[in-house]
Design a protein around this ligand. Structure first.
Ligand code: SF4
Length: 206
């Protein structure tokens, strides 16, 4: 496995930020299973986690007018480094509050950080994209192997229900190839009940 210090990288029109390789899941479909590379970068495995200053420097070394959004994503779960995430987002918004910021998350933030965290994203994150993955806790444990076991699923639902009050847009996402039609319909029902959009995405193999 090749390691490097790819702190920011481009995907389509977005600028992506790689804060950590840690995650509280081990999903069957995770791009980390590809060993070295994804999204055209072969060094998303970090030699060490970047400091907030290093991330801010990397972000501001780019021409931000070229990007439609800034995305906290990974090779890992960004809320494992919530303080750094918030500090970087704050710096970006102070520079230009119109720059759109998205967080791709597994929704475990409250478990990871041991307290409610939804309110902390207000004014800093515009779009919250939470991986739902499955329609129930049992399937979630089977597919995502969370360290928090069954309670991870209810925690991500609670996080979704609460965080939508603090950000402009909240979506739940699933990977089409890992669900039956019936499971997909159940996920749609969950999203509708929570009052958020369901995004059905395709598996990324590299
Ligand atoms: S939550 Fe995301 S980073 Fe973590 S194992 Fe699943 S796909 Fe990978």
């Amino acid at each position: 496995m090749k390691k490097g210090m790819t702190v920011t990288y481009e995907v389509d029109t977005g600028l992506y930020i790689n804060l950590t390789n840690r995650c509280t899941n081990r999903c069957e479909f995770c791009i980390r299973n590809n060993d070295d590379g994804a999204y055209g970068s072969d060094t998303l495995w970090l030699e060490r986690e970047p400091t907030a200053e290093q991330v801010i420097e990397s972000v501001f070394s780019r021409d931000l007018s070229r990007y439609s959004e800034i995305v906290f994503c990974g090779y890992g779960e960004p809320t494992c480094r919530l303080d750094v995430l918030l500090e970087v987002a704050r710096a970006v918004k102070e520079r230009d509050k119109n720059i759109k910021i998205r967080l791709n998350t597994n929704g475990h933030s409250n478990l990871i950080n041991g307290a409610p965290t939804e309110h902390l994203f207000a004014g800093l994150v515009d779009v919250m994209s939470i991986s739902l993955n499955t329609p129930n806790a049992e399937r979630y444990v089977d597919m995502c192997h969370p360290v928090y076991k069954e309670k991870a699923f209810s925690a991500l639902l609670d996080f979704t229900r609460n965080v939508k009050n603090y950000v402009q847009k909240t979506t739940l996402s699933v990977v089409r190839q890992y669900l039956t039609e019936q499971e997909l319909a159940e996920c749609e029902r969950i999203a509708a009940e929570l009052g958020v959009t369901l995004k059905v995405r395709d598996y990324i193999s590299a």
